[in-house]
Structures are given as structure tokens and as C-alpha cells.
Design a protein. Structure first.
Length: 88
């Protein structure tokens, strides 16, 4: 049987995460890669060094996307910033 043709990015990511020769390790890899890249984009934006001048993507939109990914992952994994948990 021929493998299903991947038609979009969602299909690709789903295929990597659900059908890897490496099993669930691929899921960990994808999540860690997304988290690391989001953190790097956010850090570059906060430092004023985020440069997408050679790309077709608007830098503030790219940084907002990174923040959204981080927020969703923090919520999913029940992570809170230290400031939210600090006792005055």
C-alpha cells in the first residue's frame, strides 16, 4: 500500500509525530524544537535583534506567533512564570 500523500504542513507534522520510526521520541523532538525556536524568536524580539528583512514575514507578527506558541505550550504543560507564583 502506497503511503498517503502529505498535502499540507499539518499533515507533515502529524506524520512526523504519529508515524515516526522512533515512536514517541519524535513527538518530544517536535515539541522541544518548537519550544526552543519560540524562545529564540522571543529573546531576539526583546533584544531588538529580530531581523526578518530578508524574508517576507513581518517581524512583529513572527514574534507574536512565537509568543502565542509559548503561551499555549505553557498552558498545556501547566507551567507558570515565577512572577505569577511569587509571594510578596
Amino acid at each position: 500500500m502506497k503511503p498517503k500523500k502529505l498535502e499540507c504542513n499539518i499533515d507533515l507534522v502529524n506524520n512526523i509525530m504519529a508515524s515516526s520510526r522512533h515512536g514517541a521520541l519524535a513527538q518530544v523532538f517536535v515539541v522541544c524544537a518548537l519550544e526552543e525556536y519560540a524562545a529564540r524568536v522571543i529573546a531576539a524580539d526583546e533584544a531588538g535583534t529580530l531581523d526578518t528583512s530578508t524574508a517576507f514575514i513581518h517581524a512583529p507578527s513572527w514574534a507574536a506567533c512565537a509568543r502565542e506558541c509559548k503561551e499555549k505550550m505553557d498552558k498545556f504543560y501547566n507551567r507558570h512564570q515565577e512572577a505569577d507564583n511569587a509571594v510578596a
